[in-house]
Design a protein around this ligand. Structure first.
Ligand code: SAM
Length: 227
């Protein structure tokens, strides 16, 4: 039976619950991003969240740091217009959201902090490096990219060994076996995953001098990459 492609529009209303149940440790990761953000946000810069979905993470960063540095624009981008209703609750003089493709975005001020939390994995392989390069080139020295990605294991044996423990976690989080399988089928062909080593290498290739893994539950890992 054909399965429909996974749609963020379809999940928009309850996306925060969906991502917390789907990604083990997601709320801790979001909290870590908020805590790390303060180390990198600089005066006269932009803080951007690529693939911001409901805007909750960017709003939490904004709530914690707005006004602490002068002239900072907080900008959330997502290609999916269905998140607009949720953005409306957060918008303020220095926080805005745009329905926009991250590949076309040009920041009005240099970036001090970019977040890409499980977003790059949805881009075509040929679009990933140009976007990383553009983020790096638009960034102030000392600025950082917080990037979380679903990744592949470093060998087929480990991919096999680690996949079922991940499914078990989803079952424990309340998904049925059918929902787990349907989600995998609906995502087939939509994600372009890298191994962790390739993600790290590619962050260094575009120029990031310091790259550190700050969160991980296979297959989900987050890195901080500093210019
Ligand atoms: C897994 S979700 C990201 C989760 C989100 N960062 C969070 O923490 O809630 C991926 C998001 O990326 C968005 N997206 C995919 N391709 C995009 C692109 N080229 N530009 C901007 N957003 C994109 C999707 O619409 C989706 O909302």
């Amino acid at each position: 039976m054909p399965t429909k492609d996974f749609s963020f529009a379809h999940h928009a209303e309850r996306f925060n619950d969906h991502i917390s149940a789907s990604i083990p440790g997601y709320l801790e990761l979001a909290d870590l991003c908020v805590r790390l953000a303060g180390r990198f946000i600089q005066e006269d810069s932009s803080v951007i969240d690529l693939g911001c979905t409901t805007g909750r993470l960017l709003a939490a960063v904004h709530e914690r740091y707005s006004g602490r540095r002068k002239d900072v624009s907080y900008v959330g981008l997502d290609v999916e217009a269905q998140f607009r209703r949720q953005w409306a609750t957060y918008v303020s003089h220095d926080l805005r959201f745009e329905v926009r493709d991250a590949r076309q975005f040009k920041p009005d001020r240099p970036i001090s902090l970019a977040m890409s939390i499980f977003t790059l994995q949805f881009l075509k392989p040929s679009d990933k490096m140009p976007l990383l390069q553009r983020l790096y080139d638009s960034m102030l020295p000392g600025g950082a990219l917080l990037i979380a990605e679903k990744t592949l294991a470093s060998s087929s044996m480990l991919q096999d060994a680690l996949t079922f423990p991940y499914y078990d976690t989803k079952l424990r989080n309340g998904f049925s076996s059918k929902q787990v399988l349907d989600k995998e089928r609906s995502l087939r062909g939509q994600m372009t995953l890298w191994e962790r080593g390739k993600l790290e290498d590619n962050l260094r290739r575009v120029g990031f001098a310091e790259v550190e893994c700050v969160f991980g539950h296979f297959p989900f890992f987050c890195y901080v990459a500093v210019k």
